[in-house]
Design a protein around this ligand. Sequence first.
Ligand code: EPU
Length: 433
Amino acid sequence: MKDEFLIQGLAGKRLLKGEIPIRGSKNAVLPAMASSFLFSGPILLHNVPHIEDVLRMSELMSSLGAKVSAKNDRTLLISPESAHAHILDTAIAKRFRASILLSGPLLSRFGKVVFPYPGGCVIGKRPIDLFLQGFKKMGARVLERDEHFTLFAPKGKLSGADIFFKIQSVTVSETFIMAAVLARGVTVLRNVALEPEVTALAQFLLSNGARIEGIGTTTLKITGGAPLSPKHSYDTIPDRIETGSFLLLGALSSDNLLISDCKPDHVRALIDVLRESGVIIKEGKDTLHVRGWKKANTPLSLQIKTHEYPGFPTDLQAPLVVFFTQCKGENLVFETIFEGRLSYIEDLKRMGADIVMWDTQRALIKGVTPLKGRELDGPDIRAGLAFLIAAIVARGSSIINNVYYIDRGYERIEERLSAVGVSIERRKKAGSA
Ligand code: EPU
């Protein structure tokens, strides 16, 4: 049976209060899990969030023969030694795009990998050309048949190469960092993404003996070698998208919301936009405290472009649009990373938002518009959460379908939101199988 959320909106009142601790980052823990194939023994991962994508990655890795077990509530032990297969299970891999992260470690460890065209959120074309080009540069042969890719490394080993990525991509950067760690010789990766999740992966591998120079810059030099012997465990960094989403929720619905266990520096671009909009945020070492919103008399007129880190994250674009519906003025949001990531706006308009689409990637949001509750189908993880925020701000009740998308990225969201005063209930959807 499918789940749905029933939410009673606050009709714009600022009633939420309390503390929301941030969980470990989905997009950091998934590559760290995949990296276990680079090790000669078991690795420990801490602060692992309880989310569907971690379960899917665990299932996929188990189907390859790795042992994935929970040591305690948020610690996973992954033993790669028993891995024997190199073919990704199509049904599981097609459920989340991050499954492609396994291609790098499997190909460099076993000399072969078979994977389907990866699935995941429908937010644009999401090609995989950079993966295929990069692997070819490292000497792999690539065969494509029936939407499946079979890659072989000659004599079972990838070779170091000089690879320039024409686009800065998070999972491409992570995949090739992992591939290079076991390749023969030196790999130079250029135009590497700077997202904190990429840096966290590189630092984890470095702390376990990988030879990586240039971490934190866009050029990495990696000298390949034998499988790594585990020395240090992985501490998953706080989820910056969760942090940013709760900041936006706090800005809209609270004068006293403490977001704890977070890294303020990772959401600097959002903090700046919110402060410019009059939101009062007190910043601690690992906390962000929303203390109210001093709305200016003059209307806002901001232009926000999504951008690779440290620019404004595409994953916070949808909740930012919800925020702008409640700001006086006309604010422009330009989605530059994915070409299909504004489709949810039609639903916001049906809730009462006044948004003009300049084209498929630019939206002008006119505020203030009260929102009305309604039934919504979340189209992807991040838009799903944006709908939740919109439903909390709205007058009346809303139903959010496709809760699976929200569960993919956010741990037990209804419990955590209830704890700060949101009226939200998870129910089985009537008539669903
Ligand atoms: N791209 C190509 N060719 C490729 C790969 C990517 O053209 O072979 C393009 C993409 O189409 C996009 C651009 O490169 O236009 C940048 O996308 P990127 O590859 O960085 O995205 P990703 O690695 O697939 C990760 C996150 C996404 C997040 C983006 C951007 C993970 C598992 N996913 O995706 O997170 O939106 O970076 O920051 O790390 C989410 O968590 O909901 C999510 C979608």
